[in-house]
Design a protein around this ligand. Structure first.
Ligand SMILES: [Zn+2]
Length: 622
């Protein structure tokens, strides 16, 4: 009898981790089944079929899976932070701080109309793109050299403009007419000079002062960079706009300019501030404004146990995707020249994956000093928001003080002017790097215990989308080191590349680059998991233990679609999620085979493929 007990114990021990694996996979399959709407046709509207019941399932609490993982993140961070407090003083009164009363004396200390200096003082508090857009980026031809970019404000800032005017009406300041006139004049000036692809000039400060003398650049940058102007390089667009802007503001009264800047700063604070005053929204607010601190805390105290294994799995998926894209390149569908091919190969092989937006540098000294210059108070909420915005601007500009303005890659992390922190993975052309925010690494989006079919379809699909950004019409311009290259331009101009773009644009898209990344991404993820030229008509699948109804390719598509499940939001930057899913699967030639769709009555347009090799004869005849 004893051997049996021993054997059972052995088997049980051996099965424990497998049991856990199955559980997570069962959970994922269960979620997929809950979201299904069987009254819909998988073949004609796949999003409706895969996600149609989302709002009726457990997910109803959330708009989509993003909101779900964001809520889990916030919950964990609130618990961590409150658990760490020795006492919570319930008598502490949070002060709203001064709403429209910015340190006015500070801004009024000048005798003459020095609008550039006034603008710089507000810029130091994080306000940008009121009269012109000024930001620190890297040089177009040297991705390690930090430069200051100057251009006219993007059209998107017109929203802040309108809100500023609304605020002005509410406050009856008596200066409505002057401010409204200024805003109107700025709009006209922008409309007059707006160009699709404006010329970019690379200038020193002396060049800048000489070419655009209408603006007091010395005053502006002296204020913003505390005098560290030596060797700073500028990339300037919209030169004529800037010249006329200087004239216009030179003739505008100081009080009008000051009032308008204060209004815009108020709008910025409202935009960046938490929507509601509660611990969870505050977590998200801090995640956007203080990414390093929040990522560090989350990584160290909440995420820590998953770190190693997630890392290994993500790199495995990433390497397989790269391997498959390498096979695409062997087939050379676009008929690139050997030099062009090696350009693409180099970019592919050096592309990096970062799990978490955190720098390589881990020394306590770095973390202890990074936020040292900020002066947060215990009581004044608005003051603290302002302080955080100032800190972010300061840290962005600090790079210019490094020797030759060279980026210190060991300390590099993404710290840009987002209002809402990123949840989804993203690709940076200049770094040739995909970053997966730690917040994304949570069920139902990813779990290391899940079967690889869930991982390769959802996370694999997302990583393949990001990888494809490196090779769409904008990404292809950047070489392996993140510098703009003439070889990239050559590739973009080839007839085969242009034809692939035309095909993808046949169905109208909100953003062509997103469409290209979507189509190429799904094809790449599918091929990576099933192999090139997979044909589900030729194989019968033994169902998985956790899934009895759907065969592997069907489950793959359903799991892929989970990323897009949710209550359809208004469109921002991407096509709406249902359009994305339906267009994407329509351009994967295997999809209709996988779901045994009957051939369409009318001849459907050919699928759009860019890098993927053309179908082999077996699939064409199928
Ligand atoms: Zn994208």
């Amino acid at each position: 009898m004893e051997w049996c007990v021993l054997l059972c114990a052995f088997l049980l021990l051996g099965f424990v981790p497998i049991q856990a694996d199955v559980d997570q996979s069962t959970l994922a399959a269960l979620q997929i089944h809950k979201n299904l709407n069987r009254s819909q046709e998988a073949c004609s509207n796949f999003w409706n079929y895969a996600c149609g019941n989302y709002s009726a399932s457990d997910g109803a609490k959330y708009v989509d899976n993003f909101e779900l993982v964001e809520d889990q993140y916030a919950q964990a961070m609130v618990e961590f932070m409150e658990g760490d407090l020795e006492f919570v003083d319930s008598d502490v009164q949070l002060n709203e701080g001064p709403a429209l009363h910015w340190p006015e004396e500070d801004f009024h200390s000048l005798e003459s109309n020095e609008w550039a200096l006034e603008t710089a003082k507000f810029r130091r508090h994080g306000l940008n793109a009121v009269f012109f857009d000024e930001r620190v980026d890297v040089a177009y031809n040297d991705s390690l050299r930090s430069v200051v970019q100057l251009k006219m404000p993007a059209p998107s800032s017109s929203y802040s403009e309108r809100r500023a005017l609304q605020l002005l009406k509410l406050h009856h300041s008596g200066s409505e007419a002057e401010v409204s006139r200024l805003v109107e004049q700025l709009r006209q000036l922008e409309a007059k000079h707006r160009q699709e692809e404006p010329l970019v000039q690379s200038w020193t400060l002396a060049d800048l002062e000489q070419k655009i003398p209408q603006i007091n650049w010395q005053a502006y940058f002296h204020e913003l960079l505390s005098g560290h102007l030596n060797g700073v390089l500028f990339e300037v667009s919209d030169v004529d706009y800037l010249r006329e802007l200087g004239q216009l503001l030179g003739n505008t009264s100081r009080s009008t300019i000051n009032l308008y800047l204060r209004l815009r700063l108020t709008v910025l604070l409202k935009q960046t501030g938490p929507a509601r005053r509660c611990p969870k929204t505050c977590i998200h607010h801090m995640r956007a404004l203080l990414p390093l601190g929040m990522n560090y805390l989350y990584n160290r105290y909440v995420y820590k146990n998953r770190n190693l294994v997630d890392n290994i799995q993500l790199l495995e998926i990433f390497d397989s995707l790269k391997g498959m894209f390498g096979k695409y390149l062997e087939a050379n569908r676009l008929q690139l020249s050997p030099a062009q091919l090696s350009y693409v190969r180099e970019k592919l092989s050096t592309m990096k994956l970062r799990v978490g937006n955190l720098p390589e540098e881990t020394s306590p000294a770095f973390y202890d000093s990074h936020y040292e210059s900020a002066n947060f108070s215990d009581y004044h909420h608005l003051d603290n928001v302002l302080e955080a915005l100032s800190l972010r601007t300061r840290l962005q500009h600090d790079v210019l003080r490094l020797p030759h303005s060279r980026l210190d890659l060991r300390r590099y992390y993404v710290n840009d002017d987002v209002v809402k922190a990123r949840t989804s993975p993203f690709y940076e052309n200049e770094r040739n790097t995909i970053t997966v925010p730690l917040i994304f690494l949570q069920f139902p989006l990813f779990d290391h215990r899940q079967h690889s079919i869930f991982q390769y379809s959802l996370m694999g699909g997302v990583l393949a989308h990001e990888l494809s950004h490196a090779f769409e019409h904008e990404g292809i311009l950047f070489d392996a080191d993140g510098n703009e290259s003439p070889v990239g331009l050559q590739i973009r101009d080839t007839k085969t590349f242009q034809n692939a773009i035309k095909c993808a644009a046949q169905t109208p898209a909100v953003s062509l680059k997103e469409r290209l990344a979507d189509l190429n991404g799904l094809q790449l993820a599918y091929d990576t998991f099933f192999g090139m030229d997979h044909n589900s008509q030729l194989y019968t699948y033994r169902p998985y233990a956790f899934e009895s109804e759907f065969q592997a390719p069907q489950l793959f598509h359903l799991s892929y679609a989970q990323f897009f499940c949710g209550i359809l939001p208004p469109v921002l930057g991407h096509d709406r999620d249902d359009v994305r899913v339906n267009v994407n699967v329509a351009n994967l030639r295997q999809f209709s085979l996988d779901f045994k769709c009957s051939p369409p009555a009318v001849e459907s347009p050919p699928v759009c493929e860019m890098w993927r090799p053309t179908a082999s004869s077996t699939l064409v005849s199928a």
